[in-house]
Design a protein around this ligand. Structure first.
Ligand SMILES: [Zn+2]
Length: 66
């Protein structure tokens, strides 16, 4: 179980959700109830490497560092 950051592709809402193996595929946007959400890794970009911790926009999943 973990608190993961998500972003809604429909309305742009950013939110986090406590997810586990039972509900991780059922996350919906709290604002518009869209299922068109994706996980982002705000502030935790793993593919960066720059001294600022950013990925330069190349990782494709990062919602916060560029
Ligand atoms: Zn939404």
């Amino acid at each position: 179980m973990a608190a993961l950051d998500f972003k809604c592709d429909d309305c742009g809402e950013k939110f986090f959700e406590i997810v586990n193996s039972y509900n991780k595929d059922k996350v919906v946007c709290p604002k518009c109830q869209s299922k068109n959400v994706r996980q982002v890794f705000e502030g935790k970009c793993q593919t960066g490497g720059s001294s600022k911790g950013g990925c330069g926009g190349s990782c494709g999943t990062c919602g916060g560092c560029h």
